[in-house]
Design a protein. Structure first.
Length: 144
């Protein structure tokens, strides 16, 4: 009885010329760095998304505690209780954003937010601290 095969059997080992970078002696170790996607995010964009998450009820207010300064946290807590950017159905999104630089280390930001088929306004102020981190120092929304 003869045996026929249609496919050749493959060797079960790697060819001698292949180098696996996951093994010792492969690629040099990577140095930790910030991912390119987060390095390109501007503070106004980042804070607009963070504030929207809180004001629409997607995140709790305390999520912004270390990102606020002064009375901005108290103002944010009062606003979040009313839920000015909550919408039935679709999740609210930032449609447009702009900012004004009144002085070095300060940004006054405005955003148009689409919530439930309506456009809403959100404004906030960012200030850069001595530690070079941006913090929200004021936040307002349009009439509910």
């Amino acid at each position: 009885m003869s045996r026929t095969t249609t496919a050749q059997s493959r060797p079960r080992h790697r060819p001698p010329t292949r180098r696996d970078p996951r093994r010792p002696g492969g690629a040099p170790p990577r140095t930790p760095s910030r991912p390119a996607a987060t390095a390109a995010v501007r503070p106004p964009d980042l804070f607009a998304d963070r504030l929207l998450a809180v004001l629409s009820g997607q995140r709790p207010v305390h999520w912004m505690l270390r990102h606020t300064a002064g009375r901005a946290y108290d103002d944010l807590a009062r606003l979040a209780e009313r839920g000015p950017l909550r919408a039935l159905g679709a999740r609210p999104v930032v449609h447009d954003i702009g900012y004004y630089v009144p002085s070095e280390g300060a940004l006054e930001v405005f955003a148009r937010v689409g919530a439930g088929g309506r456009l809403r306004a959100m404004a906030f102020r960012l200030e850069r601290g001595n530690d070079l981190r941006w913090r929200c120092t004021a936040v307002e929304t349009g009439p509910h």
